[in-house]
Design a protein around this ligand. Structure first.
Ligand SMILES: C[S@@+](CC[C@H](N)C(=O)[O-])C[C@H]1O[C@@H](n2cnc3c(N)ncnc32)[C@H](O)[C@@H]1O
Length: 289
């Protein structure tokens, strides 16, 4: 069981047991179209997978970890823990235009800067302004670790079996076939105006996107693909008319919340198409109790 390398808003480490308990006991290929920090993917270590995120810097990072782990670890050793160095590194990172056109060396540099900034920035929160620039200030950590050789090698091994996409989540309609498992963890609708968990990427994820996601989930479930969706409570109404889905409510302690007074238990919903007697974690009612 590998651990995520990056701290990412909406990380699912505290909910791993709840989420994976709803998964089917066996499946062919695993797909995670909103992979973010990848807590569930790295925990599962699937033999065959596709992972995706719209954030190009993030998917480039995973490609570099998969294909060049040793070069990345070497590059990580060049950074320093100092406030002026941090802001220079942030400017350099924002000056790199992420994407396919980068040379291999620039991709390794970008990935290394992302990891360094993620480990040393305030709250470890990836956030972009409306121009798509990473704008988080310096964090006051005493001894942050951004080299992470052991963790990078472990995650690199898991990524060997994954195809990495950098596109809209809709790609999974073409990729998933009967017997596969898809776990969707989209940006959430805020539960209140102050609890804005949607700042992962300069582009928002609105109600129309949530409806589009529901339509893809329904289409996949009809094709015997196992589907699990994490979301916030307001979204359940989109699934109410679809008998294929069951809704479970869980309490989650969110470590990342920009408003300190708002930290605490937030109800989160897990929507699944997997029948209860086929889940990894069965309940007493499955045994006639
Ligand atoms: C809730 S986070 C994923 C959290 C992750 N599962 C974890 O455990 O850390 C949602 C992710 O969806 C990505 N995203 C936003 N809109 C998207 C879209 N239309 N298609 C694919 N990914 C998208 C964001 O960049 C963000 O990384």
């Amino acid at each position: 069981m590998a651990e995520p390398i990056l701290k990412w808003a909406g990380g699912k480490r505290q909910l791993l047991a709840d989420i994976t308990g709803l998964f089917p006991r066996t499946y062919e290929t695993y797909h995670e179209p909103f992979v973010g920090g990848g807590a569930v993917f790295f925990h599962l270590e699937p033999d065959a997978a596709t992972i995706n995120d719209l954030n190009t810097r993030l998917t480039t990072f995973y490609e570099v970890v998969r294909d060049h782990p040793e070069e990345l670890i070497d590059e990580n050793q060049t950074h320093e823990h100092a406030e002026t160095y941090y802001y220079d590194a942030r400017s350099e990172f924002n000056g790199i235009r992420s994407g396919e056109d980068l040379t291999p060396t620039d991709r390794i540099r970008e990935a290394s800067l992302l990891l360094y900034l993620n480990r040393t920035c305030f709250n470890g929160l990836y956030r972009e302004n409306s121009d798509g620039e990473f704008n988080v200030s310096f964090g006051r950590y005493t001894d942050p670790d951004w080299v992470r050789g052991r963790e990078i090698r472990a995650v690199s091994r898991v990524l060997q079996d994954a195809t990495i996409y950098n596109t809209d989540f809709g790609y999974v309609r073409e990729e998933a076939t009967a017997g596969d498992l898809v776990y969707f963890d989209p940006p959430y609708e805020p539960v209140s105006k102050t609890a804005d968990f949607n700042s992962y990427h300069a582009d928002g994820f609105d109600r129309d996107d949530q409806r589009r996601l529901r339509d893809v989930a329904v289409e996949l479930a009809e094709q015997d693909v196992a589907v699990i969706v994490s979301n916030s409570p307001p979204v359940t109404e989109l699934y109410e008319d679809h008998d294929a889905f069951d809704v479970t409510y869980v309490e989650a302690t969110r470590a990342i919340n920009s408003d300190a007074t708002n930290r605490g238990e937030v109800a989160e919903v897990l929507i699944t198409s997997v029948p209860s007697n086929e889940r990894r974690r069965r309940t007493l009612s499955d045994f006639g109790a």
